[in-house]
Design a protein around this ligand. Structure first.
Ligand code: 2P0
Length: 335
């Protein structure tokens, strides 16, 4: 240095998103280019707040979380992500990253989506990159595919994009999808808030490489996405829910077909899925979706959310049940 330490710091907040049309499988592992396009709803709970402080007197990146220091694997992902940003900014300085997650980590509740969306916004700011939303969504994708969607609030589509390398990277971004007539809620049933046994990254890879059911789901997903756009535009919640549920269960079927199989369903998940079927039989429009973990999220109208939450909670008195509604995109600043 020149005897003066230069420091720049940015804090950002982002929320998780839950996919109604899932992202499952990559066509490029390094750039996180997906096999399919996906569509999600950003939530208003479980925010991640991340602070990035760049200083030229730091010998190495330092990553901390609310409960101390994170796993080696998490730190390695953050450092790799910062390397991408340093390349874009032509800036070699190291950074101190502090991240606070208000939701459970690694339990299929999209902590990596809120985490890398917040990190993308905070690190872009701290390294002085002036990026628009689309560029931020492409950047967040480099940390975790689903993070591209958490740059925006509400309903969001992440385009698979075309081609590989630069062409793929440029065309695989997220953008918001309008659904002005819908007033949805997602009831989140925390069947098990612990860390999952198989990471989604490993589970995806195994599914793509070994499951005979993967390609049929990819084909079906195209139809699901098309139908989902019609349902969102029409404000047809039962149609949105039916499409989301079939897409999610189909994704889990691809995993059950992997060798060895990947199974995220737990007994408690099944009880919630049964309860959702009972709710529908009783005339309540409620539809389930599940990600890379045993937790179940139930899509319904906001007016039905208390009733749905109570019905879901009855399946296990010890289980935590939360009601989420559409949340905002990633922003600079704390909560
Ligand atoms: C999704 N999931 O669309 C799907 C559905 C889980 C099940 O995106 O490898 O953490 O970092 O790109 O984004 C979770 O995978 O995976 C995920 P990487 P990510 O939300």
């Amino acid at each position: 240095g020149r005897g003066v330490v230069s420091v720049s710091e940015t804090t950002a907040t982002a929320y998780p998103n839950i996919a109604l049309i899932k992202y499952w499988g990559k066509r490029d592992e390094a750039l996180h280019l997906p096999v399919t396009s996906s569509l999600s709803l950003t939530l208003d709970i479980f925010a991640t707040v991340t602070d990035v402080r760049v200083a030229d007197d730091l010998p190495a990146d330092v990553v901390t979380t609310a409960d101390g220091s994170p796993s080696r694997a998490f730190t390695a992902k953050v450092v790799a992500f910062l390397d991408v940003i340093r390349g874009m900014a032509s800036d070699d300085r190291r950074a101190r990253v502090h991240t606070v997650n208000t939701g459970p980590t690694g339990a299929g509740l999209a902590s990596s989506a809120s985490g890398f969306a917040a990190l993308a916004v905070a690190a872009a700011g701290a390294y002085g990159l002036d990026l628009d939303r689309r560029a931020l969504s492409r950047l967040a994708r480099r940390g975790s595919g689903s993070a591209s969607r958490s740059i925006y609030g509400g309903f969001v589509q992440w385009h698979r994009g075309d081609g590989l390398d630069t062409a793929g990277d440029v065309s695989s971004y997220a953008e918001p999808v309008d659904a002005p007539q819908l007033d949805p809620a997602l009831v989140v049933a925390l069947v098990d808030a612990g860390e999952k046994a198989v990471t989604s990254r490993e589970a995806m890879r195994r599914t793509v490489e070994t499951s005979p059911f993967f390609q049929p789901w990819v084909d079906a997903s195209k139809t699901d996405l098309h139908d989902m756009h019609s349902a969102l535009a029409a404000g047809d919640l039962p149609a949105v829910g039916e499409i989301a549920e079939r897409n999610a269960l189909g994704m889990h079927a691809t995993m059950l077909g992997a060798r060895p199989a990947v199974r995220y369903f737990a007994p408690g998940s099944m009880r919630v899925l049964d309860r959702v079927v009972e709710l529908r039989a009783a005339g309540v429009a409620a539809y389930a979706t599940m990600d890379a973990g045993p937790n179940v999220k139930v899509l319904c109208d906001r007016r039905d959310s208390a009733k749905v939450a109570a019905a879901v909670a009855e399946t296990d008195e010890t289980m935590q049940v939360m009601v989420a509604t559409p949340g905002p995109g990633a922003v600079v600043g704390g909560t």
